[in-house]
Structures are given as C-alpha cells and as structure tokens.
Design a protein around this ligand. Structure first.
Ligand code: NAP
Ligand code: MG
Length: 492
C-alpha cells in the first residue's frame, strides 16, 4: 500500500517537473564584448588597463569583459562627483533634480525586458524573479524617491536638510540592479552625487543603468559607476574626499569598512548578513505557511540577506509541516534560469557553491539529518538541490552562520518565550517571520524579536516606502522609505 502511494506521488512529481520548456529570448539583451568605467558622464578606459571576465553561472560561458578600476580611477570618479556636486547638483532646484530621477525610473521601465534578461544571464537568478521583482522594484525606488526630492523640508519639519556631498556606494551580487537603485535613488533625491561599485560577479546591469543615466542626460559626474573587485571597494572607502559610505554586503567586509572609517568624518550605513527565523505556530494556516517558508528560503537560491533560513515549528504541528515541506520540495524546478518555469536558478558563483557545499558537510558532521529534493540538476553551471536539515541543535554552525544558499534548518519549540529566545540567539538581526492566526501573538513577537523587519503571515515582501535594515551584526542605518533619506542628509 505504502509503495503504491509513493509511486503515485513520484509520478505526480515527475509530471510536475516535466513542463515544456518556456525559454525567455536572449534577443532583448545587447551585451558588449567589453565595458569601460562610467566616469563624468562618459565610458572611459581604466587607468589600470586591466579587465576581468564576467560569466553566466548557469552555463559557465563568458559574457563580457569588465574594467578593473584601481585607486587612480577611483580618484578620478570622486573628483568628477565632487565637481558635479559643486557645479550642478547642489545648486539645481529640487524639482528639477526630481525630473531626472523620474526619467531614470521611466527608462528602467522601458528597458525592463532587457534588464531582466541581463540580470538573469549574469547572476543566475530565475527570469521570473528578475522580471517580476528585481526590475519593477528598482524602477519603483526611483519613482518613490523622485517624489521626495522637493519635499525634504516636509520630511524633516523644523530642520534645514542639506546634502552630505559625495556618496561612495558598494553593493553585493544578489540583487545587482535593485541594490544599485536602493543606493542611487535616495542619494540623488537628497542632492548628493555618487560613486558606485557593483560586485565583481554581477556588474552588467549596473553598467546598463550607467547607459540609462547617460541617456537621461544627467549632468556629467552626478553618477559615476566604476567596476572592480574588493580592492576597488576599499579604494572608495579610503578616499579622503568621500562624505558617506553606503555598503551592502557581508558582515566581515562591513567590519573592515567600520575600522577603515573610524576617526574620519565619513558617515556610514551598513546593510550586512542575516540568519532570519521563520516561526510557525500551531494555529497558523499550515499550507500558506509552508508556501511562505519555501518562498522565504528556496526562491532566488537562498541568495537573500533576509532569507528565512531557520524554521521554528511548534511541536504539535512539526510532523505535518515537515511532511508538507518535503512534498513541496520535490515539486520545485531547479535548472535553467532563463526558463520561465524555473523556481531555483544557478548559484551565483563557483566559490559560493563551494561555501554552500562546505556547510552541507558541516551540518551532517554536526549530527543534523539532511534531506535533499530528488531533483535532477544540470551537469554544467553551478547548481544546488534545495536542502532541509532536521535534528538541528541551536548551537550548530548551520543554525548560527549565514549560508546564503537554498538550505533550511528546522527546529521545534513549545512556548512563545522559548521561540523568542531561540530566534534572537544569533549574532544577526535583519528579519524574521511569524505565522499565526492570533493578532496578540503577532504583537507579542514583533515587539520582542530583535530584527529590523518582522513579517506576519507573509515573507520577503518589499516596498520602497518601508524602511529596511538590521540590528546587531546585521548592520546599522535604514534604507527605504522616509527613514532612507536621513542617512544622506545633514539635518543641522
Ligand atoms: P561581500 O563580499 O561583502 O561584497 C560586497 C561588496 O563589497 C562587493 O562589491 C565587494 O566587491 C566589495 N568588497 C569586498 N571587499 C571589500 C573591502 N575590503 N572594502 C570595500 N569593499 C569590498 O558580500 P557578497 O558576498 O558580495 O554578498 C553577500 C553578503 O551580502 C551576504 O552576507 C548578505 O547577507 C549580504 N547582503 C546584505 C543585504 C542587506 O540589506 N542587509 C542585502 C544583500 C546582501 P567584490 O564582490 O567585487 O569583491
Ligand atoms: Mg556573472
């Protein structure tokens, strides 16, 4: 009987996975063979004379060559940004500045398809995700902050908000275009000029944004986009004529940056790592919660700082939740990110795949039980099966450290106090999720969980109007919403 049931289940899963391919066309995207640095409104060759390759992590094929900026290039970009601040941007009426930002938003919408395709080719995330989330949300950030440009006096009543000057901005590889938008839109709205560095693995959409900014006819030097690796980022951080550092990335690099700017006048916002708890109470709508957990950790390959990577389930519904999660895991489609059916695309780089695999070994060594979906993964490219660990102890490294991959740990709890203590027991505090039917429980937990964002009966929801940021080692400062304006302003 059990075998028949399993066979039926297997058949169901196999047919679920065999959708006809629905490939997005690459024709919408033009990728040049080589990209230079965007400084002072023009694309310029790097003084380093060096370039590095960017590849498609789903196929390991080279897509383009990207300029590697050195300290002299950074200096040139900072000088251009300073001159643009003094000559144009600070002096321009706020409503005029707003028009440029609106224009960028509209042009992102017009080129949405191209941007989504390039984001997926360069970074490995499913096209559905780039098309339906990354690109529209990036445009929305520019729309939202364009609206604030001439209303800063209302945002900060009784104050005289003034721009800081030149902002140095450094971003990671998991949401390349969206992170660029999170950084550039509020900086421009508040009258600052920008030197931005995308991550080495995913520079292409930031360079496309540079093209858009050039076409939008922003005064030269207001936005400079320079590419390179960690040393380029360090040169931005250490440049003496930068007024503010906005960084999103790992906690380790965040600490290096904090040390580098200590004792200077540079202001900083740091958005760092996370290890979010997703909490299911026994009165929660279980099917909805299971879907929320899947969405919270497996979509986008777990490459999300606020991913719900630790699941806490109330004991009485533990078995049911684990069974439903495993069933759902089997139906996830892992593979070509350009296929519109794909749920889980490519891991961003070989190094990141190695890190995830290292944690899979650590988890098993620590005595946790590993369950991986029985799905085929492509032989080329960097892919990882969605993975669940049960029998996890709170002190296990897989429950404490950020893995940044499609890996979920599951633990149980009995009482509210117990789960609050467990959820807060990590060095991070970026986000959390609560699934329950009771409003009182939601209020109790949201006030006690030390996390910058707590979602209730949903997960990974973003909106330009909501502030986002961390507690503890997840960083400080807020991005998004009205809160996201203040870190770019001198409020007197
Ligand atoms: P990362 O290694 O810290 O890199 C982030 C950026 O910093 C990249 O552009 C990187 O350049 C640059 N960088 C590296 N070393 C530097 C240095 N010494 N000085 C200045 N810049 C330097 O992080 P990642 O691996 O790209 O991204 C994953 C991490 O970002 C995760 O920990 C994740 O949680 C976090 N994240 C946080 C948020 C948030 O909002 N809190 C959002 C997204 C991601 P290269 O990559 O080119 O070397
Ligand atoms: Mg790439």
């Amino acid at each position: 009987m059990a075998t028949t049931k399993n066979n039926t289940l297997k058949l169901k899963f196999d047919s679920a996975r065999k959708y006809a391919p629905a490939l997005e066309s690459k024709s919408a995207a033009t990728i040049d063979a080589r990209y230079d640095l965007f400084i002072n409104g023009k694309f310029e060759k790097p003084q380093s004379k060096k370039y590095f390759s960017t590849i498609n992590p789903a196929t390991e094929e080279k897509l383009s060559e990207i300029a590697d900026a050195n300290a002299a290039d950074v200096d040139k970009a900072v000088k251009a940004a300073r001159a643009a601040s003094d000559k144009y941007w600070k002096k321009m009426p706020a409503s005029e500045r707003g028009k440029y930002i609106f224009r960028i938003a509209r042009m992102i919408q017009e080129r949405a398809r191209e941007l989504a395709v390039i984001e997926t080719l360069d970074g490995g995330k499913p096209i559905r995700e780039s098309r339906d989330f990354d690109v529209p949300t990036a445009a929305n950030h520019f729309f939202y902050y364009a609206g604030w440009t001439d209303k800063l006096a209302y945002a900060f009543p009784g104050k005289d908000p003034q721009p800081l000057g030149v902002a140095g901005q450094i971003i990671p590889w998991n949401f390349p275009l969206l992170m660029a938008a999170w950084k550039i839109a509020p900086a421009l709205a508040t009258g600052n000029t920008v030197v931005l560095k995308p991550a080495e693995n995913t520079s292409l959409t930031a360079l496309k944004l540079a093209e858009i900014i050039r076409e939008a006819d922003l005064p030269p030097g207001v936005v400079n986009i320079i590419t390179g690796a960690g040393s380029t980022g360090a040169a931005i951080v250490n440049h003496p004529d930068i007024n503010k550092i906005a960084f999103t990335g790992s906690t380790d690099v965040g600490k290096i940056i904090q040390r580098a700017i200590a004792g200077t006048n540079k202001k900083a916002t740091l958005e760092l790592g996370g290890k979010a708890a997703n909490i299911i109470f026994d009165d929660a709508p279980i099917d909805q919660a299971v879907e929320g957990v899947i969405n919270g950790i497996f979509f986008n390959q777990g490459h999300v700082c606020c991913a719900g990577s630790r699941l806490y389930v109330q004991e009485s519904v533990y078995k049911e939740v684990v069974r439903k999660l495993k069933d759902r895991l089997e139906t996830l489609i892992v593979g070509d990110p350009m296929d519109k059916n794909t749920d889980i695309g490519a891991i961003n780089s070989k190094e990141q795949l190695n890190t995830i695999n290292k944690y899979l070994k650590i988890g098993q060594k620590e005595g946790a039980e590993m369950y991986q979906a029985n799905v085929e993964i492509p032989s080329k490219g960097f892919f990882c099966r969605p993975t669940i660990f049960t029998n996890v102890a709170q002190s296990n490294r897989i429950a404490q450290e950020e893995i940044f991959g499609p890996v979920l740990t599951i633990q149980t709890f009995r009482t509210d106090d117990e789960v609050i203590e467990k959820a807060n027991n990590t060095p991070y505090g970026l986000s959390a999720g609560v699934w329950t039917d009771k409003g009182s429980k939601i209020f109790n937990l949201t006030t006690k969980l030390r996390a910058g964002v707590v979602w209730a009966n949903t997960f990974n929801q973003f909106d330009p109007t909501s502030p986002f940021g961390g507690y503890k080692e997840s960083g400080y400062g807020r991005e998004g919403g009205l809160h996201g304006l203040a870190p770019y302003l001198n409020l007197g």
